[in-house]
Design a binder for this molecule. Structure first.
Ligand code: BGC
Length: 758
């Protein structure tokens, strides 16, 4: 935040002015304090383009035209932080031109389930990838003088009962999965504002959640901006202020203001808490007042950028060699989505585009001499229209290749509610099956926000392309990729499962009785499928290219390193095919042994490299403390443990090309967590604990007639392996059995044991 003297302004403000400042003046504006030279701030949606309403005094008037960029699912599939910076710069220019000070985005909630209605607005199922992309976005927007609002803080992962549901999530899962993307952006990019979510976490509304808004966000992460409520998320204004919710939106709300004034007067609310929020909002107003002058917008340059983002985000999921198209003489373009592409999802992020390209025209432009024909294929309704299917089949049969475009009905991918399933509609499935039955040279182009299941039809398709909600210029990008004018380089930022029933949250979604239990814990997305060794349709990180890449010469700066220093990893990547292309190199870390359960592997670094045919690039990554750490709820902090890790380098979670083993030395001097309730196994797992407990363990096992080192059959008469049976007993429990044989009381022995360990 720019340094300027806020305190003298706060000192001059009346209590009423302070309370008024903390609630919006209208749907999209904050209050100013005119007599003190404080201007209002304008905040508008949204993440993939400006939704600046014509009339800022309404919630829903038409939006002014703005570039509709591809939505976050597609942006994330680019894995390209420089492109995110370009996007941020363009969004900032549009915001300035439209008089907007703060963009209400990006949305960085985790994709806990592919059913979440708002997944199109979110990046990924992986916190590291989401954080890295969002940090680049926020830095670029704010570097150009416009603010951002990082949303929705936090654990806002479904639309079902979004205003009230309690996301019941354990502390470690919150820290390792749902908070890290926010943490990274707050620490690295310092967003002007963070938007607090509607829902509750562990029974407390996010807007009332002091631990979340003050202790974690402000105190621990050092967030120095303003916490803004999601629109209508505040339940109790005074409690929310005490919790750290600075600005309530939208306004005006005179009764709220009166309530805050009264609470200060009667001593319920400490005026210092109000002053703290006032300072933060004044800081934002000051930043807003520095917004640079508007320059004329180059809409066609922004349209071209939207096309480049779409091109880099499109994922070639399957290709038996049909793509890129080789001068086909007759192309059948099938499916309404070819003429009416879905460019974005429904809800608050909906942009009024400056123009919209369509795939049919874009294909025709690149088809050269080829004949291009069109059939609608399916109607917008959900009923199968056999006549439309028959027309499409006839066309496909007559052509050399069929390009079949499908988009879910817009109403299915929207803010406000979740998807009922992962299926394409029945008419679409029937159409794909009918067309592929007569035309094996069929490419299915999906125009969807998120994963869909494909088992009923994928085997019949020669190629499948995921084009996402592609933004206003995506059509040209799709055509470029189909015809090989561009080499696809997008990779999935979310797993495509085989069936809905396979998905991690399946048994704990969408919740009931006001609660959704995050029972899968850390194991969302690929973390789940890896741990279950469950096959998926397309894994996280997957995306094909028209060229091939070889990985070679993986090397590390040190085999043994200290956690605080980290380790540097390099690999040579070569384009071994015949077309220039980009490869997304991914680094996952596997912890061989830990005192708590950990995912099999986790993404900790990535890079996108452009290579000409035959060209080699050395890609280097630095992995620091957090790449190896996990959050330990008992220590209430991120910790590392001595031990061996594998650094896995590859092209997707399922395509690991090189593995480097390294040994980490933890520099943490953590207090021992061992006590009399700890089990023998826990004592034995701790290096100091082991030396203390081992003699006792042997004595106990011998007493029970066993042999601690033996793998022999258990002795008669119990048939029980004594050593194994005591492993998970608390030490105190064991001592109770051996009291007679021990020189002191169990309590004395435990005290002595603990003393030895500490
Ligand atoms: C959405 C936010 C959005 C706000 C303002 C809310 O309903 O959840 O994402 O920024 O409205 O439109």
């Amino acid at each position: 935040m720019a340094v300027f003297d806020i305190d003298p302004i706060v000192d001059q403000m009346t209590l009423e002015e302070k309370a008024t400042l903390c609630t919006g003046a209208g749907p999209w504006r904050t209050e100013g304090v005119e007599r003190l030279g404080v201007g209002p701030v304008t905040l508008c949606d949204g993440p993939h383009g400006l939704r600046r309403l014509e009339d800022l005094t309404t919630m829903t008037s038409p939006g002014l035209p703005a570039t509709c960029f591809p939505t976050a699912s597609c942006q994330a599939a680019t894995w390209n932080t420089s492109l995110m910076e370009e996007l941020g710069g363009a969004l900032a220019r549009e915001a300035i031109a439209l008089g907007v000070d703060v963009i209400l985005g990006p949305g960085i909630n985790m994709k806990r389930t592919p059913l979440c209605g708002r997944n199109f607005e979110y990046f990924s199922e992986d916190p590291y990838l989401s954080g890295a992309l969002a940090a680049a976005y926020v830095q670029a927007v704010q570097g150009a003088g416009v603010g951002t609002s990082l949303k929705h803080f936090a654990a806002n992962n479904q639309e079902y009962q979004r205003f009230s549901i309690s996301a019941d999530v354990d502390e470690r899962t919150l820290r390792e999965i749902y908070l890290p993307a926010f943490e990274k952006v707050v620490k690295e990019a310092r967003p002007w504002t963070v938007m607090c979510a509607y829902n509750r976490i562990n029974a407390t509304y996010c807007s009332n959640h002091r631990e979340l808004l003050t202790e974690i966000l402000k105190d621990e992460w050092g967030f120095d901006g303003a916490v803004v409520s999601d629109w209508g998320a505040v339940h109790d204004r005074v409690t929310a202020l005490q919790a750290g919710l600075d600005l309530e939106m939208p306004g005006p709300k005179p009764r709220r203001v009166d309530g805050v004034v009264a609470a200060v007067r009667d001593g319920t609310l400490d005026e210092e808490a109000l002053d703290e929020s006032v300072r933060r909002i004044l800081g934002m107003a000051h930043q807003g007042a520095q917004t640079p002058e508007a320059h004329p917008l180059d809409s066609s340059a922004h349209h071209a950028l939207a096309r480049r983002i779409a091109a880099e985000g499109i994922v070639l999921l399957k290709n038996d060699g049909l793509l890129p198209l080789q001068d086909p003489t007759h192309i059948a373009v099938i499916g309404r989505a070819a003429r009416e592409p879905r460019i974005q999802g429904g809800g608050s992020s909906n942009v009024n585009p400056t123009q919209v390209d369509n795939c049919f025209d874009a294909i025709q432009r690149l088809a050269g001499e080829a004949r291009v024909t069109y059939a609608e294929g399916y109607a917008s309704e959900l009923d199968i229209d056999q006549e439309l299917i028959d027309q499409a089949v006839a066309l496909a049969q007559a052509a050399r290749v069929a390009l079949l475009f499908v988009a879910l009905p817009p109403v299915l991918e929207s803010e406000g509610y979740d998807r009922p399933d992962l299926d394409l509609t029945a008419p679409q499935v029937a159409l794909i099956q009918a067309v592929t039955a007569v035309q094996p040279r069929t490419v299915v182009i999906l125009n969807t926000a998120s994963a869909v299941v494909m088992e009923p039809w994928i085997d019949g398709a020669a190629a499948v392309v995921e084009a996402w909600l592609m933004g206003q210029a995506g059509a040209g990008a799709v055509a470029d990729i189909l015809f090989g004018r561009l080499n696809p380089s997008g990779k999935l930022a979310e797993t495509f499962p085989r069936r809905l029933a396979d998905t991690p949250a399946y048994l704990n979604f969408p919740g009931e009785n006001g609660v959704v239990r995050y029972g899968e814990g850390l194991f969302i997305g690929y973390r789940y499928y890896d741990a279950k060794e469950m096959p998926v349709l397309f894994p996280f990180g997957h995306g094909l290219s028209y060229t091939t890449f070889a990985y070679d010469q993986a090397r590390v700066s040190a085999r043994r390193f200290k956690d605080v220093e980290g380790v540097t990893l390099s690999v040579d990547v070569t384009n071994t095919g015949e077309m220039a292309g980009q490869e997304i190199v991914q680094v996952y870390v596997h912890d061989r042994e830990a005192s708590l359960v950990r995912p099999v592997k986790e993404l900790k670094a990535f890079a996108k490299v452009q290579l000409e045919p035959g060209e080699t690039a050395t890609v280097t990554f630095h992995l620091g403390f957090r790449a190896f750490a996990f959050y330990h709820p008992a220590h209430q902090r991120w910790i590392t443990e001595d031990g061996q890790f594998d650094l896995l380098i590859g092209g997707s979670t399922a395509d690991i090309r090189c593995t480097e083993a390294v040994t980490l030395e933890s520099t943490l001097d953590l207090p021992s967590l061992l006590n009399e309730e700890s089990t023998l196994r826990e004592w034995l797992a701790n290096p100091q604990g082991r030396s203390v407990i081992q003699p006792l363990f042997e004595q106990i096992v011998a007493h029970m007639g066993g042999d601690p080192g033996s793998s022999e059959e258990p002795p008669e008469p119990t048939g029980m392996d004594a050593a194994r049976s005591v492993m998970d007993m608390p030490v105190l429990g064991i001592l109770r059995f051996r009291e007679d044989a021990l020189p002191a009381t169990p309590e004395d022995i435990v005290a002595w044991l603990l003393e030895e360990v500490r």
